[in-house]
Every structure is written in structure tokens, then in C-alpha cells.
Design a protein around this ligand. Sequence first.
Ligand SMILES: *Cc1c(COP(=O)(O)O)cnc(C)c1O
Length: 232
Amino acid sequence: MLKDNLHKVQTQIAEALSRRTETKLTGDKVTLVAVTKNHPVDVVLESLALGVTNIGENRVQEAKEKRTIVPDRGFWHLIGHLQTNKAKQAVTLFDLIESADSEHLLAALDKAAGQQHKQQDILLQLNIAREEQKTGFLIEDYLAILPQLDDYKNLCVRGLMVIAPLCGDIEETRPVFKEGYRCFCELRAQRPGIELLSMGMTHDFTVAVEEGANIVRVGTALFGKRDYSKNK
Ligand SMILES: *Cc1c(COP(=O)(O)O)cnc(C)c1O
């Protein structure tokens, strides 16, 4: 079943790519991150067996348990809000921290990466729609920190991550993704090493790809609904 779901998602990504009109600075390939949060580690193993190597998790503890079982395979993305006191563990566990969402957290990640002699790849998470319940930099705060990014010697900013509001009509997400792409292009013109734009999840990844995303984070469309009853 995962195999069929994967095929369907990959086909939808390819179709969305073919609908892109303007020249896109994000290239013509899209990385599919399989979001395995709240699913057992078997799901990670199945994904890897099918050639999906990018794995997305939103909690440090859960990722740690899974990585104990799968220590040396996969490219692991942190996609959930991180508390600064878990920065150390996150740097140990994740290849790409997509959810760098505050100045405070950038400082903590930089320090942790320095201690572990690691150059930590990160994305800056933007809260484009200014949703109060979501984390991420508001645009003005993001613009304000840009000149200071080089002070974080152990962090390598690779691009941006955007979560669109949950809308009944996915067309309503389009302006948010357009703005994400615009911010990406500006950042890319200013800094070396900017190449990743992570936008889109199960309900809106096709629109995100049309608007320039080159990473999509998909859980439900691959693995079905998550069972949250197991969380305390
Ligand atoms: C859970 C999650 C996803 C995947 O969501 P689905 O709707 O299941 O595809 C993507 N991105 C983030 C940030 C998430 O927390």
C-alpha cells in the first residue's frame, strides 16, 4: 500500500512540476520528505526500502528512538518546533533542521553545533500568514536577523521553510507559497548556499510545487492518518 501511495504522490509531484510556468530558481527536482511522526519505526524502514531516504520527524524524543533502531540510514529532517533546551540533541540527530524559528533558537543551535564540531544545515521557518498559533519568523523579524546570520559560525543556512494555513480551498494557500518563493529568490540573491525551499504537505503540496517548492513534507498521503491516542 505504501508503494501505491508513494507512486501516486510522486506522480502528483511530477505533474505539478510540469505545470510550473515561470523560470524557477529552485530547479526542476523536488525532494519528497516522508513524514513518519506518530508512526512506528517500521514505516521508516519501509520507506527506506522503497528508496525514500528523506525522513521527517517533529519531535526530538521520537526521532531519537527511531534513530537508535536506524542509526546510519536516511537523511533526517526536523520539521517541528524545537525548544532551546533540546538544541543539543537536535544537532546530534538531524541532518537538516527545517524549523529554525527564532533568534533564540539560532543562538542555541549555533552553540550546540560548535560543541559537536558540526556545521549544522538549517532552514529558516517563516510564518508568512502571520498565524498566531504557529511558530516561525514574521517577515519583519526575518528581515531584521538576515544581516546577523554570518555571526552563527556553526550554522549553514540553506533556505526557507513555509507552512501554509489549513484552508478549505487549497487555492487560498497559493499566495502564501508565492510569497515564500519570492522571499527565497531574494535570499538567494543575497547569500551563497541558498538552495532549499520547503513548502507543502499532504493537502497542499501540489500547489506548493507549482509555486516553486523543491522540498515537500508529506505524511498522511503516504502513511494514512496518524494515531495521536498513543501520545500521553
Ligand atoms: C506533520 C507535518 C507535515 C506532514 O503533514 P501531512 O498533512 O500528514 O502530510 C508536514 N510539515 C510539518 C511541519 C508537519 O508538522
